[in-house]
Design a protein around this ligand. Structure first.
Ligand code: SF4
Ligand code: SF4
Length: 79
């Protein structure tokens, strides 16, 4: 699933576009100050863009099989 940019938070620094190893983002500051998620299907969900965005403007949506199952520790101990 492609990452989502919150346009109300993004300041157009371009960090996400420059660090993404898969070049998911298209960014030409003169044309559009906010990066475009152009090749979302190429995202391999490394979450680098989300971690490096100082504005916390990116949310990487993990596909269901990649999400860790939540296990309540108390349930494991029968409490
Ligand atoms: S790193 Fe965050 S603030 Fe910078 S361009 Fe990308 S989404 Fe916008
Ligand atoms: S999660 Fe990784 S591969 Fe996907 S857009 Fe962000 S930096 Fe690129």
């Amino acid at each position: 699933m492609p990452p989502v940019i919150d346009k109300s938070k993004c300041v157009g620094c371009g960090t996400c576009a420059s660090i993404c190893p898969m070049r998911v983002f298209a960014f030409q500051k003169k044309k559009n100050p906010i990066p475009e998620v152009r090749f979302g299907e190429e995202c391999w969900h490394c979450i680098l863009c989300e971690l490096e965005c100082r504005q916390k403007a990116i949310k990487v949506r993990l596909p269901m099989p990649m999400e860790l199952p939540y296990i309540d520790a108390a349930a494991l101990h029968g409490k």
